[in-house]
Design a protein. Structure first.
Length: 108
């Protein structure tokens, strides 16, 4: 007799999926509300915001320059941190160069 593995979602997983789906829908319906949620996370739970930014970078959703901007670091500072944590550094893309120029224009 062959046994099959049956995975039963836990209550926590169901809630997590519901929350993630809700946030995705919120971004479509009320993007400003989602921006407020992200600002609240950044202000009240900076470690979680930092993790979200790093995940977005690793998943190639944002550039190194955008990640550094969101975290309030220079690209070089973040690159140094990523190297020390073993996070691979992608080469500069056109978006990275544009973001770097924009950041320099804003601060200088």
């Amino acid at each position: 007799m062959q046994r099959r593995l049956i995975i039963v979602p836990t209550y926590g997983n169901i809630i997590m999926e519901w929350i993630i789906h809700g946030l995705q829908r919120l971004s479509e319906i009320k993007p400003d509300a989602l921006q407020k949620v992200l600002r609240d996370i950044k202000d009240q739970r900076p470690e979680i915001f930092r993790s979200l930014v790093i995940i977005a970078y690793i998943d190639e959703k944002i550039s190194l320059s955008k990640a550094s901007e969101l975290l309030g670091l220079t690209r070089i500072e973040l690159q140094t941190e990523f190297k020390s944590q073993g996070i691979p550094i992608r080469t500069l893309s056109k978006d990275d160069v544009i973001a770097e120029v924009e950041m320099l224009r804003a601060c200088c």
